[in-house]
Design a binder for this molecule. Sequence first.
Ligand code: EPU
Length: 421
Amino acid sequence: MDYFQINGGNRLKGTVTISGAKNAALPIMAATLMVDGETVLQGVPDLIDVRHMCKMLNKLGVQTRRDDDGGLRITVTDEMNCHAEYELVRQMRASVCLMGPLLAKRKKAQVALPGGCAIGDRPISLHISGMEALGADSELISGDIHLKAKKLIGSEIFLGGPFGSTVTGTANIMMAATLAQGRTILESAACEPEITDLGDFLIACGAQISGQGTPRITIDGVSSLRGCEYAIIPDRIETGTFMIAAAITNGELTLQNCRPQHLLAVIDRLRRVGVIIERQDDGVVVSSARRLEPVEVSTQPYPGFPTDLQAQISALLCLADGNSMVTEKIFPDRFLHVAELNRMGARIRKESATVMIEGVKRLVGAPVMASDLRASAALVLAGLVAKGQTQLDRIYHIDRGYEQIEKKLNAVGADIARLSE
Ligand code: EPU
């Protein structure tokens, strides 16, 4: 198993190019199941999760091929198989996004329920009730959801849940409704830029969708979708992670190919911490003052502060001059990074879904363990600034969602070695 050996203490300086967004690419790749002809996707990052989605699509009769220029060519060649198996689904929850396209195009879907996950329970009941509202019958058999419908019929569907809307649920139902008969209105839909991107992709394939990026999405069903060429948006979570990398090392990074308008809540918090963020045409320049101010952060659905940057900003606030408070409102159990950061000298105390972070003068390198994707990123950030050496185990978590993170960081001054046990 690979691990990172990080020698901390270097200021990062230079330019980083942000990759395409994982959480936009995965549902868009799933949506190609509904498309006739070839789709060419630009900007799909080379990640474990993306390879995994390719593997799942291959099993479902879809050919995937990378061009030399990085474009991902996708063509459906066989529509017989409708089963996304547990063995693959449990490795990547985003596999549930196959449900809507399979049901819409092949009239049936058998998708394993993904089960629990390091960041919480993560039910998908809203996905299933949405499919039922479109006319599908559903049955749970041996851990798989079986859905079938002779035809899907547009409906009004409310997507709010106890923790806000559901991102992949909105994606799933929007995809299914694209080929349904008549009009579907999604109320309390997720507004994340990845949903807007999926809507824009489907429109480029011939779908009739409006309101994507707002809580009310209207979809008028069409009979078919055709292949197109489409570029995925830049990854806002990778962007935010590199912003924090600049800040935590007192460095200065220019981030290219990013959309700061997708990160207004993050930029707001970071500026309050004392980070200087200047917008440029195609990106931002991020640098930090010596002294970091403590702040309060509360995660929210978009456009609020993203849960996917909660662990990373917590790592930064460990070094603030005072006490910060971070509350997790999307995944109340998403705090597996806390005990690991404390191993590095942080002073974080957890009380239900909130952590109190007492700023310390410095972190100290230690062996730590990655538990999930964003927690791993937080530990890399802590390792960059910690005194001495940090060994981060189980980095397959980070490879799921960050494209060549150690190469990108080393190119701007970090000292991270990828080693094998
Ligand atoms: N929820 C329900 N019922 C449902 C579905 C969700 O109560 O049927 C709850 C969840 O338990 C959670 C909240 O609603 O409390 C939001 O969950 P959501 O369904 O939006 O999460 P998701 O779609 O499974 C996506 C991202 C996550 C990201 C969340 C929140 C993808 C592939 N995944 O997950 O990304 O944290 O939205 O923004 O888009 C990551 O990239 O590290 C990651 C975990």
